[in-house]
Design a protein around this ligand. Structure first.
Ligand SMILES: Cc1cc2nc3c(=O)[nH]c(=O)nc-3n(C[C@H](O)[C@H](O)[C@H](O)COP(=O)(O)OP(=O)(O)OC[C@H]3O[C@@H](n4cnc5c(N)ncnc54)[C@H](O)[C@@H]3O)c2cc1C
Length: 304
């Protein structure tokens, strides 16, 4: 613990100690992380990684915490948030039919959607209302309404664990359903998005329609981390869960949403353990009833 104190004063950004992850995740659960660091810029992040390498500390990269379940024992070591120093969005190139927009990893995905819409650029409407950061959306290959990040991503700016920055075209990277492969210790610094000229009013109308559809289908009034399970072959996970009679099923304050069966909501004081117990209960019942073993979409990190 005391070693982490060295970070204060060593970097330009902020360092916080013994931070409850329940304040940084949309599930509102999770124990403390020893140290949460906000690098101010690229050299700051390089300093943090170099210090971590000397100490043998491998950082956890925190986005907006909207796809995360942190266990009740919290995270030993260091979490890094790019939400302060890595937020810029700018035009990176314009061709006759397509425009490249660069968005840094730590800013909200919603800002990128709005920026593109204001410029009359189409392609990112599907992402409206996904509550993560740009980096989290790239890493999760976030998607909705038949769109996903890899379809609009031209290239990704990365930093490796030694602090080297590189740019990789997205076709050289491996994306799959709600996942992307990163090298060990690699951090996404941002991405270039390839968008087409469109009609500003139609783009805005589509964004508003997608947000309306989300609010109608999803339990936005209670803490959750979005879809808990990936959709298996054969249909949406929510349908399997509903057909297995699990809507409303509750362990402590963790409950399978009455509104959307693939969401688990925190009705107040749920612990990560309650959510994980409910996850296992749902998996086993769906397997018994439907013969399908559901795979997790949410990322589970930290200690019991
Ligand atoms: C109400 C609600 C609705 C949702 N709807 C959708 C939806 O329609 N579609 C969808 O796909 N998802 C949805 N989600 C889930 C979530 O918003 C997305 O997965 C989002 O992309 C996660 O981004 P984040 O910044 O919150 O990442 P986090 O949850 O903070 O992190 C997720 C993973 O990404 C990694 N990561 C984050 N940033 C970086 C980085 N810069 N470099 C390397 N790794 C990084 C983290 O280490 C972690 O493993 C929803 C969630 C909620 C709460």
């Amino acid at each position: 613990m005391s070693d982490f104190l060295q970070l204060t004063g060593m970097i330009k950004g902020e360092v916080r100690y013994s931070v409850p992850m329940s304040d940084y995740t949309s599930f509102r659960v999770g124990g403390q992380v020893d140290c949460l660091v906000y690098p101010a810029d690229v050299p700051d992040l390089q300093n943090i990684l170099s210090w971590g390498n000397q100490q043998g500390v491998r950082p956890f990269i925190l986005g907006n915490g909207t796809n995360l379940l942190v266990r009740d024992g919290g995270i030993r070591g260091m979490a890094i948030s790019l939400s302060r120093g890595f937020r810029q969005i700018e035009e990176a190139g314009r061709g006759p039919e397509e425009t490249l927009i660069f968005a840094a990893a730590g800013g909200p995905l919603g800002n990128l959607v709005d920026f593109s819409s204001e410029k009359g650029l189409t392609g990112l409407e599907f992402a409206a209302g996904i509550p993560g950061t740009v980096g989290g959306a790239i890493y999760m290959n976030a998607g909705a309404f038949r769109g996903e990040m890899k379809e609009v991503l031209h290239s990704v700016k990365l930093m490796d664990s030694a602090g080297q920055v590189s740019e990789k075209e997205s076709k050289a990277l491996k994306f799959s359903y709600r996942a992307m492969e990163l090298g060990k210790g690699e951090i996404i610094l941002g991405g270039q998005f390839q968008l087409k000229e469109g009609n500003g009013q139609q783009i805005q109308a589509k964004i508003e329609e997608n947000i309306r559809r989300r609010k109608a289908k999803q339990p936005w009034d209670l803490p959750s981390a979005g879809s808990v399970f990936k959709n298996p072959d054969g249909g949406p996970a929510g349908r399997f869960i509903e057909e297995a009679g699990l809507k409303g099923c509750r362990i402590g304050d963790a409950q399978v949403s009455e509104k959307h069966a693939n969401f688990i909501v925190n009705r107040g004081k749920a612990k990560a353990k309650d959510i994980l117990t409910l996850v296992e209960k749902v998996r086993e019942k769906v397997f018994q009833e439907k013969g399908v073993w559901l795979k997790l979409e949410i990322q589970v990190v930290g200690e019991d």
